[in-house]
Design a protein around this ligand. Structure first.
Ligand code: HSE
Length: 297
């Protein structure tokens, strides 16, 4: 039996929710997986070139982790069709991890429950926000100290999400290394109030709260130095009609949240703002994915 697991791209942090908020969007990596005599991984798709050089790909490591945890003895042939850009803050590694976990678990008859898969995914990824959104879909709120807990909901707002994807890779470890170990009480309050406001805005559909809710002081100001023009790109998105724009995960993609119907204007404004800083960027409009990882036999 061969199954296909589709796993959405994800926007972690969503501005103020560093390591705590994530959103799944409708751009997918697809993994066709079967139990086989010999382990094999083949890559194709737009992002395949960047990932196929890795000796033991994450998708295979995740699948192996399921067999070990379930006390089973199977290996898998994996055909990975990758559309999520790599090292651009859109959760490509989370998609590989979740794809491997979900596929192996399904093929072994679902020995592990969802919360176990989520724990394993967060451990493999090192932080929980991307993997929780990739697994569960919608918008997630996660905590990961002393076990992973995840709440998930669908926004009551119709949003266009405009991704401006620079021709510039950022390694998450490098972007995390830039962050200070301690923060001031006023910055902590700034972010926790906005993260709560953002969840309120998305849950109630009160779009008027979004422009204030999308601001952040914990990670974006420190990471901006990796991304020429970041502040101008955010300002350009707002001027063109978006509610605001955030660094997707640890970057380099900048994601604008916008009312429907403005995406062309917003995307073009962001692209031009990047271009003024000599950064070439591709623009793509996506929407919230409500399903998370799905299995098709
Ligand atoms: N929350 C993580 C970070 C996401 O910002 O480092 C990485 O994509």
């Amino acid at each position: 039996m061969t199954i296909e697991v589709a796993v959405p791209a994800t926007i972690a942090n969503l501005g103020p929710g560093f390591d705590a908020l994530g959103m799944a969007v409708d751009l997918y990596d697809r993994f066709r997986v079967a139990i086989a005599d010999r382990a094999a991984v083949v890559f194709s798709g737009e992002s395949a070139g960047e990932i196929s050089r890795i000796p033991t790909p994450l998708v295979a490591r995740a699948a192996e982790a399921v067999t070990r945890r379930a006390g089973r003895d199977a290996v898998f042939a994996i055909d990975a069709r990758l559309a999520i850009p790599v090292a651009r803050g859109l959760g490509s590694s989370a998609a590989s991890i979740v794809g491997g976990l979900v596929a192996a678990n399904h093929l072994l008859g679902n020995p592990l429950d969802r919360s176990t898969l989520l724990e394993m995914a967060a451990e493999l990824e090192g932080h929980p926000d991307n993997v929780a959104a990739a697994l569960l879909g919608g918008v997630v709120v996660v905590t990961a100290d002393g076990g992973v807990r995840a709440g998930r909901f669908l926004p009551r707002l119709d949003l266009d999400i405009i991704l401006t994807i620079p021709d510039l890779a950022i390694a998450t470890e490098e972007a995390r290394a830039l962050l200070p170990r301690t923060v001031s009480l006023s910055d902590a309050v700034f972010n926790l109030s906005r993260a709560a406001l953002l969840v309120t805005a998305l849950l109630t559909g009160d779009a008027a709260l979004l422009p204030a809710a999308l601001n952040d002081r914990l990670h974006q100001p420190h990471r901006a130095r990796l991304l020429p023009g970041f502040a101008n790109v955010v300002a350009a998105a707002r001027e063109a009609g978006a509610y605001g724009a955030v660094l997707a995960g640890s970057g380099s993609t900048v994601a604008a949240l916008s009312p429907p119907g403005q995406s062309e204007r917003v995307g073009e404004a962001m692209r031009q703002a990047f271009a003024r800083h000599n950064v070439k960027a591709a623009v793509r409009t996506v929407h919230v994915d409500p399903h998370g990882a799905t299995v098709r036999a």
